[in-house]
Design a binder for this molecule. Structure first.
Ligand SMILES: [Zn+2]
Length: 275
């Protein structure tokens, strides 16, 4: 009897500690994969909120937060057009507390923390001379990571293997968040490269979000080509140094941006009809 009780409680603990989920619906691009989670969305989102607030406060203190009002408005307007379309992948996402800020950092980068806390670096817009369609491609991609809860999945994997939770980014003062959930969220979002699988899922979700919002999804292809050129012979940007390979990524984006072209045409059509 005792043995049975122990066995039952152990398996219950296991069940509550680890669950298999599919965070999103497939969309036209057909992203569909079970994910193994060992930490709850609530914990991860709360950690992200804390890390984000701390980082934005630090950016403010350093005088690098939202310095260019016109650039901020541009990024916010583009993001606002994308967000309603997240409902295609998961209906709860439209109710998230979405936030985006522009940080004056001379680095080609942008990110979205769990729960929709985003940052765009001025370096990406300026160095690539990015168009609205290209900014939408970047934001759509980053939103894709958040919708798929890739950070939560990667944290779960780290917990499973007991690895990596001690590494932390010094950027924007996340250091003292330590090994808390907030620190881990900041670390997986900013420092650790995404897997090839996660990048591909986000690329595909990104082009669909862009197309549905009336941004040319083919801009994602041009964006990555620009990034390749921007990196030149020197140190590649963080994004490019990770999988998938540059050529594979562009090839996949070409296929999937064509696949969502009807959504783009329809969005353009309804925008024109509304005018
Ligand atoms: Zn990514």
């Amino acid at each position: 009897m005792r043995t049975t009780i122990i066995a039952v409680s152990v398996s219950l603990a296991f069940l509550s500690g680890c669950q298999s989920v599919d965070t999103t619906q497939a969309g036209v691009v057909g992203v569909d994969r079970d994910q193994r989670m060992m930490v709850s969305s609530e914990e991860v989102d709360a950690g992200a909120k804390k890390a984000y607030a701390q980082m934005m406060a630090e950016a403010q203190k350093k005088g690098v937060l939202d310095k260019d009002a016109a650039m901020l408005k541009r990024v916010q307007d583009i993001t606002k057009r994308l967000i309603p379309h997240t409902a295609v992948f998961r209906p709860d996402a439209v109710k998230w507390e979405w936030e985006v800020h522009v940080i004056s950092v001379d680095e080609v980068n942008a990110w979205c923390m769990p729960g929709g806390k985003m940052a765009m670096y001025t370096g990406l817009i300026q160095k690539l001379n990015a168009t609205d369609d290209e900014i939408a491609a970047v934001m759509g991609h980053e939103i894709g990571h958040a919708l798929r809860e890739h950070a939560r999945e990667r944290m779960s994997r780290q917990m499973g293997t007991q690895l990596g939770v001690g590494i932390l980014g010094a950027l924007l003062g996340v250091g003292d968040l330590g090994q808390s959930i907030a620190g881990q969220v900041a670390n997986v979002t900013l420092n650790l490269p995404n897997s090839r699988l996660h990048e591909t899922e986000s690329d595909r979700i990104g082009v669909e979000l862009a197309a549905r919002a009336g941004f040319d999804p083919r801009a994602a292809v041009g964006l990555w080509e620009k990034m390749g050129k921007a990196s030149g012979g020197g140190q590649p940007p963080k994004w490019l140094s990770t999988h998938p390979s540059h050529e594979d990524r562009i090839a996949d984006l070409k296929v999937y941006s064509e696949k969502v072209m009807p959504l783009y045409t329809a969005a353009k059509g309804s925008a024109a009809a509304g005018k």
